[in-house]
Design a binder for this molecule. Structure first.
Ligand SMILES: C[S@@+](CC[C@H](N)C(=O)[O-])C[C@H]1O[C@@H](n2cnc3c(N)ncnc32)[C@H](O)[C@@H]1O
Length: 158
């Protein structure tokens, strides 16, 4: 009985606790993820950074088209799932367990994220330092007009 409570507590902490730092786990559909990659138009060998990389779906899609990709994910269960899911692309994919507001961002050529409205202003401030293109699924950057958009994915040049 006590083990069930502990398990539920740990899962709630992992999946619910992220709400303080970003969006909860809701995976992007494949067609939106592909739209994001198309908007970014990175070339093989370039690097995509995914903020909150969830179950690794976007990491796999990016690796399949020859990109190097770094995912930062706070939920340790999802880090394990995405690490396993991307094992075929070990040379191209890196998953960092951490809070993307706190870890140093690696050098990258573009950023993908699926956050929440209330974090988009903070992300904007960070992107102004990074100065790389951003694609955001579902949520727009406040006060900025997207340079392009497709299927609910917004592209910003920075
Ligand atoms: C809406 S889901 C999107 C998952 C994935 N990017 C996708 O598009 O399928 C947001 C993800 O970000 C993670 N997350 C939220 N806040 C975070 C933070 N501060 N640092 C790292 N990961 C975070 C959540 O655990 C969740 O997996």
């Amino acid at each position: 009985m006590i083990y069930s409570f502990i398990t539920i507590f740990v899962l709630l902490l992992a999946f619910g606790g992220v709400l303080l730092r970003g969006a909860p786990y809701v995976p992007t559909l494949e067609k939106q993820a592909l739209a994001a990659l198309e908007l970014l138009d990175l070339k093989p060998g370039q690097t995509l950074l995914e903020l909150g990389s969830g179950d690794g779906k976007v990491l796999v899609l990016a690796a399949r088209v020859g990109l190097n990709v770094v995912g930062v994910e706070l939920n340790p269960f999802l880090v394990v799932v995405s690490w396993l899911r991307t094992r075929r692309y070990r040379k191209q994919v890196r998953v960092i367990w951490g809070d993307f507001w706190r870890v140093d961002w690696p050098e990258c050529d573009g950023v993908f994220t699926f956050l929440l409205d209330r974090f988009m202003g903070k992300l904007d401030a960070r992107m102004q330092q990074v100065k790389k293109p951003l694609v955001s699924f579902a949520f727009k950057v406040p006060g900025r007009k997207p340079d392009a958009q497709k299927m609910g994915v917004y592209y910003y040049k920075y």
